[in-house]
Design a protein around this ligand. Structure first.
Ligand code: ZN
Length: 366
């Protein structure tokens, strides 16, 4: 069959994967008659010390929700994306392709959490509900194909932010849920994907199917998966979107329990897990599983007690026990949280590793 001898450009890039990986993207010795990708290097101030990703399994696509490239500054300042694709098709590289960017925030796919540690983030100038510009298709297609080739990422692994983001239980939703954001949702549409060279997409949400999450935004669920998508087990209620792309900042990790609320409100069914951390008003810190073993009454929790969900309790820095020995490669990830002895919080992005005082508490995400 003659067809079987035809190697498409994408397959070609995949075969070349390891060879391409040896070149920094943009300087790779790849020529293409149809489209030569030009990349402008905008060095983020985070580039010098932002950690490398642990693995690269996904490419997450975002929309800036703004016209024009005004977002470039803030994306660069916070190291919030690896690339930005402008409406004229210009591509800007903000961080190296292998560095962690904080674009996904709270996210999960097939039980893997915190996808920023496992995904490249690409921002497209534009809105989640308007079609990308022609120039964005051309360069976006090329950029995505090159990155897929470098990291061996399938078409299914290229998803919009809204497909992988999730929200914790809050006053609108009892359960952890999809529908925290609609960012980039156009990139789930078949014809848009086709124009970006993507032939397949996930047919269902693995985390909703496994009941780890529920759909809270029916419109979004049907937009991504089509009519009759696995519908929410709880009524969909419009809720305000959380601000910002990287929504996990040190101050936000611990949330204070308000009057009349219980641990479940904040941690859902993870309230007694090892990775749910409680900080009491007297300064004591305990894991959910420890409290449960001690017979703690989670329904009568003192207002003002703080909860962090999804964190490994690493314990305190002391002589002979450095931050690095506690959390190794997670040390300088933006998702790692340090509580200084004075009570101030810093992320792995912010802390000065030469001056971490003893008794600093370290918490990180696996
Ligand atoms: Zn986004």
């Amino acid at each position: 069959m003659e067809d079987s001898w035809h190697i498409g450009r994408r397959d070609f890039l995949r075969l070349l994967g390891p060879a391409i990986a040896a070149f920094p993207l943009g300087q790779a010795l790849l020529t293409d008659d149809a489209y030569a990708l030009e990349i402008t290097d905008i060095k983020s101030p985070k580039r010098a010390r932002r950690a490398s990703r642990k693995s690269t399994d996904f490419i997450v696509l975002h929309t800036t929700e703004a016209n024009g490239s005004s977002s470039l500054n803030s994306l660069s300042k916070g190291g919030k994306a690896n690339y930005l694709v402008d409406t004229d098709g210009k591509v800007y590289r903000i961080l190296n392709p292998g560095q962690v960017s904080i674009g996904c925030g709270r996210s999960m796919w097939n039980s893997k959490i915190n996808l920023d540690n496992h995904a490249l983030n690409i921002e497209f100038v534009g809105h989640h509900n308007s079609e990308p510009a022609q120039g964005q298709y051309a360069s976006g297609r090329e950029l995505i194909a090159q990155l897929q080739g470098m990291y061996g990422i399938s078409d299914d692994g290229v998803m919009p932010h809204s497909q992988v983001a999730y929200g914790r239980p809050n006053k609108w939703h009892r359960r952890s849920h999809r529908g925290r954001k609609r960012c980039g949702m156009l990139f789930a549409k078949d014809d848009v994907r086709q124009k970006l060279g993507l032939e397949t997409k996930p047919r269902q949400d693995p985390d909703v199917a496994a009941n780890r999450l529920v759909f809270a935004d029916t419109y979004l669920a049907e937009f991504i998966y089509g009519r009759g998508a696995h519908l929410p087990a709880e009524p969909a209620i419009a809720m305000p979107e959380e601000n910002g792309e990287g929504d996990v900042t040190a101050g936000e990790v611990f949330r204070a329990i308000e009057n009349g609320q219980v641990a479940w409100t904040y941690a859902g069914d993870e309230f007694a897990d090892k990775t749910t951390i409680y900080m009491f008003k007297n300064g004591k810190i305990r894991r959910g599983d420890e409290l449960k073993r001690g017979g703690f009454n989670f329904t009568e929790i003192e207002p003002g007690t703080k909860i962090a969900v999804g964190y490994v309790y690493g314990g305190h820095v002391k002589r002979g026990r450095s931050a690095y020995s506690i959390c190794k490669r997670e040390c300088n990830l933006p998702s790692t949280i340090y509580r200084l002895p004075g009570g101030e919080f810093k992320t792995g992005d912010e802390i000065d590793f030469n001056a971490i005082p003893a008794k600093t508490l370290v918490m990180f995400r696996e």
